[in-house]
Design a protein around this ligand. Structure first.
Ligand code: HEM
Length: 344
């Protein structure tokens, strides 16, 4: 018997609150664009607010990091630091610790005494005392150490010879790509498979923008796709486990369809690291099932419009070509939220 992806045993069907969901569509049609904006600017939505911090911790923090630990243990290719990126790995660790301590002071503390740094993560019960740059003072490689305390995936890019090279990272929640395959590739090579973006100048503009990025002035952008089941790790490596769901979803009834199909949004931050000069690329993944998305009326109608209009080459690249029209129809047929009736 064939079964559709079940939620991971680590993960309940329902995710964190809808109020922080970064709904990505600003129009009834969607096309690729560079779409960068300064980080830390709150965005009000009909359901709540997102975007006040660079790192976002939610009620899935412990679960997501337990899942990352399992994935890293099972597949070491999800982590890489090429030798020339070791200083950037330390730079990333300290930058992210500072972010956490500043944004969530009740849970994270960082302070310095002479050469020694003291770090405490109360959410996970992790304490460390280290000397910056001295590997013998940390229990793990610095990039992996900090990746196990933030929900974001991490890629580090080295800037040399007018190009950006993805030479380090920890990526356990990739949406249909392989970090292990991409390590060492340039920014332009990595984006080679994406339709339209080279001809439309999106990726060359992004490339120039990234090379001019300044320390202490982080930017962010969103990207989106759809995922069947609440599954964070839809990497190329695990395609045999989740790929067949794209066919099998045709067989489920409408109730199951709305429960299983998720709008998957990435909030991506772009940060110039202050000491090493490398670029830190953070990818935070959010998923909202259609059945929840549809309860927010402006999101229901806009997502239906975007999916109905999305050109076939973009839908196929995103891997949603086989079910995006049904998703649009499902959302259109969902009963619209009645306007509030005034009290008698
Ligand atoms: C995919 C644009 C930064 C890695 C994509 C896609 C677009 C895009 C339009 C296709 C997404 C989709 O259809 O779902 C941009 C822009 C950026 C940026 C405008 C900066 C302003 C980065 C950075 C990295 C990165 C810094 C880090 C190496 C990737 C990867 C994919 C991707 C791995 C998937 C490629 C594949 O199919 O193998 N990007 N991106 N992007 N991007 Fe970027």
């Amino acid at each position: 018997m064939t079964t559709l992806t079940q939620p991971s045993p680590l993960r309940p069907t329902l995710g964190p609150s809808i109020s922080g969901f970064p709904f990505p569509f600003t129009d009834d049609t969607y096309r690729y664009s560079t779409n960068v904006q300064p980080a830390r600017q709150p965005v009000a939505t009909p359901a709540g607010l997102w975007g006040t911090t660079v790192l976002d911790l939610d009620t899935d923090y412990e679960r997501d990091l337990a899942e990352r630990t399992q994935i890293l243990a099972a597949d070491p290719t999800r982590h890489a630091v090429l030798p020339h990126m070791r200083p950037a790995a330390w730079d990333t660790m300290l930058t992210l610790m500072r972010e956490l301590a500043q944004a969530y002071p009740a849970d994270f503390t960082l302070h310095r005494e002479g050469k020694r740094w003291h770090w405490h993560n109360a959410r996970l019960g992790i304490s460390a005392e280290f000397v910056y740059g001295d590997a013998s003072t940390l229990p793990d490689e610095p990039l992996r150490f900090i990746s196990r305390q933030v929900q974001e995936d991490i890629v580090l890019l080295d800037q040399r010879g007018g190009s950006l090279h993805a030479d380090a990272g920890v990526v356990t929640f990739a949406a249909d790509w392989s970090f292990g395959f991409d390590v060492g590739m340039t920014f332009l090579e990595i984006h080679g498979p994406v339709p339209r973006i080279r001809q439309e100048g999106v990726i060359t503009r992004a490339h120039e923008f990234l090379q001019r990025l300044q320390p202490h002035r982080p930017y962010r952008r969103t990207n989106w796709t759809m995922t069947i089941g609440r599954r964070l790790d839809v990497s190329t490596e695990r395609y045999p486990e989740w790929g067949p769901d794209r066919e099998l979803i045709r067989l489920v009834d409408d109730e199951e369809f709305g429960r299983l199909v998720h709008l998957r949004v990435e909030v991506q931050h772009l940060v110039r690291l202050p000491d090493s000069g490398a670029i830190l690329f953070l990818i935070r993944t959010y998923m909202l099932p259609l059945e929840e998305l549809a309860t927010v009326e402006p999101w229901r109608t806009r997502t239906a419009a975007v999916l109905a209009e999305l050109p076939a080459d973009m839908a196929d690249y995103k891997g949603i070509g086989k079910y995006k029209d049904r998703a649009a129809e499902w959302l259109t047929a969902y009963p619209s939220t009645p306007p509030a009736t005034p009290a008698p």
